[in-house]
Design a protein around this ligand. Structure first.
Ligand SMILES: Cc1cc2nc3c(=O)[nH]c(=O)nc-3n(C[C@H](O)[C@H](O)[C@H](O)COP(=O)(O)O)c2cc1C
Length: 213
């Protein structure tokens, strides 16, 4: 049995297209144990002043204060949740060319020096959290692109791919659903059906690659 952590980036629940695609992806996989993480829930550590001080304090020889130690215990638990799964599924809409702030907030918790990545002898970053784990991105965007600055238009897929590869994950080809702004119900239904079908196909490839490992 493969365990998979589904990190849901859209707050729209049943009305989210990226979440519907993620559910279709997961329904297609056999013999999986799924954990669902809603990044909009109170489960996510709020990474504010004490956490920011706690993150770098030990590198500068400053031990954690009791408040910092308490928050770091929660940060560590969130990292361990990722570490304890075999695979990761991230579903997310594009928000202002990037990702929703709640998904970024979760990323700010789980990406930590020494706990999710380290440095090699030459001082280069080496991811540890994702080593031996596969990951899938399912991403939606309405594609309000006008072509004027193509290099600035997508801070969603390249960012997430860079980040999770940096952590050591083996990333599958992303499912990218665009343009999601269709003006008639028929067009929206056709788009959703096609996106769900592509997510199912991605799940079949994901399962095949996992069994070949
Ligand atoms: C706050 C906000 C910002 C958005 N920004 C963008 C954007 O920069 N580019 C884009 O193509 N779509 C943008 N969209 C549209 C969503 O990406 C699109 O509707 C997507 O299909 C929603 O996916 P979901 O149903 O899974 O939430 C934005 C939507 C919201 C709510």
């Amino acid at each position: 049995m493969t365990s998979i952590l589904w990190v849901e980036g859209s707050p729209k629940g049943q009305r989210s297209l990226s979440s519907s695609c993620a559910r279709a992806f997961l329904d297609t996989l056999d013999d999986v144990e799924i954990t669902h993480l809603d990044v909009w829930s109170d489960e996510i550590v709020s990474f504010g002043r004490e956490a920011a001080l706690a993150k770098l304090g030990p590198l500068f020889g400053e031990p954690h204060t009791p408040d910092q130690a308490a928050i770091w215990e929660r940060v560590t638990a969130q990292i361990e949740q990722v570490a304890s799964h075999d695979a990761l599924l991230i579903s997310s809409p594009m928000w202002n060319w990037s990702i929703p702030h709640a998904l970024k907030a979760w990323i700010d918790v789980v990406v930590q020096p020494l706990q999710s990545f380290t440095l090699d002898a030459e001082g280069r970053h080496v991811g540890t959290l994702g080593v031996g784990k596969r990951a899938q991105l399912i991403l939606t965007r309405s594609s309000a692109y006008d072509g004027r600055s193509p290099e600035m238009e997508d801070h969603q897929e390249p960012y997430l791919r860079y980040l999770f590869e940096f952590l050591g994950f083996d990333l599958a080809e992303s499912v990218i659903v665009e343009p999601t702004t269709a003006f008639t119900p028929e067009e929206r239904e056709a788009l959703a059906a096609e996106a769900v079908e592509r997510s199912r196909a991605a799940a079949r490839s994901f399962a095949t690659a996992a069994s070949a490992d």
